[in-house]
Design a protein. Structure first.
Length: 376
């Protein structure tokens, strides 16, 4: 059974019988609710521990103080209200004397809204941010979930989404060249077939055409192999960027994650399986470099892995252009994948999306709260 966290928090604050003023600021003009605190508490510095214990009771997490306001008397906390699915931000302003407290209360209409809500609202975690990977077969909803989580977290806490795959979200020039080559091959093949039907062709001409096609196919294989290598370069760069963001207290969300347990599928090394039989020094070099990059990615293991487990029957309804046997194989691989030093959770991605997202939010928030306790 879920509780209304904001309601319970307010009830606890009213019951502690301290010199406490609780304000529920109104949204300022030209400012969205996400940029403001839902609750502002003005209390006495001697009661700091009492307030903090109340916050921890409801799994609130303290955020990092902003550099421009390194005041020990100003704290920002964020909690998760499971009943509504919202993040709640609380600003705690502590005064040394009752006179100072009364002065702040008298200026609350202008001072609190302007200073606390606009300038004192921290956005980073007070500890190293987690690396969270969401993986699953096609049709499991990885991109949808990570996009929604990024929007949700970014209302109160610094959060970035990193795409580590080769789908529609990654579209470099190499991918466009490959698509253009495929279209040209198909068009050329259709025109050749029409020409052969109209005029007829000798066996010699056909042999010459086959030689030309082999050359074009070899060119395509090399271009595509280079593209697959560039995907591994992109993933490694993204992971390196995420390390710095995580160190500053940001939450990193990964849509997919490289693995080296299965070749040619589920973000594993692909060049060896696709083109390893070609007698090409360039292909062999690309194989080596791709696998080195993916191995480096694997060593940068995520902290939390969420596996979105979807049945092939549901996945094919979401991705009708895919092969159901391939989807079944990918789902089986997702279940078997292991990540060293990572906490792994399986989520039923067949359920209604609203329920699924709610479960994932709760799971991640519980994990963040555990990190808070581990970091003191």
């Amino acid at each position: 059974m879920t509780i209304d966290v904001q309601k319970q928090l307010l009830e606890d604050l009213y019951q502690i019988k301290r010199d406490t003023s609780v304000l529920l600021p109104k949204t300022m003009k030209n400012s969205s609710k996400s940029n403001q605190a839902e609750i502002v508490i003005i209390g006495m510095e001697k009661d700091r521990t009492i307030y903090q214990n109340i916050f921890l009771k409801y799994q609130f997490i303290q955020l990092k103080k902003q550099k421009q306001l390194m005041s020990e008397n100003l704290e920002s906390w964020v909690g998760f209200d499971e009943s509504k699915g919202d993040l709640i931000q609380v600003c705690l302003f502590l005064c040394r004397t009752k006179t100072g407290r009364n002065d702040v209360i008298n200026l609350s209409n202008g001072y609190i809204n302007k200073v606390i809500n606009e300038y004192a609202t921290a956005s980073s975690l007070s500890f190293k941010g987690p690396l969270i990977a969401l993986i699953g077969s096609d049709g499991s909803g990885k991109s949808t979930v990570t996009t929604d989580l990024e929007k949700w977290f970014s209302e109160k806490i610094d959060c970035r989404r990193y795409y580590l795959g080769s789908g529609d979200h990654y579209n470099p020039v190499y991918k466009r060249v490959i698509k253009m080559m495929i279209r040209r091959f198909r068009l050329s093949r259709a025109l050749n077939e029409q020409q052969m039907i109209k005029t007829g062709k000798s066996q010699v001409n056909q042999i010459q055409e086959n030689i030309l096609k082999k050359g074009l196919k070899s060119c395509f294989c090399h271009v595509n192999a280079f593209y697959l290598y560039r995907i591994s370069v992109h993933s490694l760069k993204q992971l390196k960027k995420s390390k710095g963001f995580s160190a500053s207290g940001g939450i990193c969300l990964f849509d997919r994650y490289p693995q080296n347990q299965f070749m040619g599928i589920n973000d594993g090394p692909k060049i060896r399986k696709a083109y390893g039989r070609l007698n090409s020094s360039l292909i062999n070099r690309l194989i080596q470099m791709e696998e080195e990059n993916i191995n480096r990615c694997v060593k940068m293991s995520p902290d939390l892995v969420i596996k979105l487990i979807v049945s092939p029957e549901v996945a094919i309804l979401r991705k009708p252009d895919h092969n159901i046997l391939e989807l079944e194989k990918k789902t089986d691989i997702i279940c078997k994948l292991d990540f060293e030093n990572a906490v792994i959770h399986n989520i039923d991605a067949n359920q209604k999306y609203e329920e699924e997202l709610k479960v994932i939010k709760k799971l991640i928030w519980d994990y963040l709260f555990q990190l808070l306790k581990m970091n003191g």
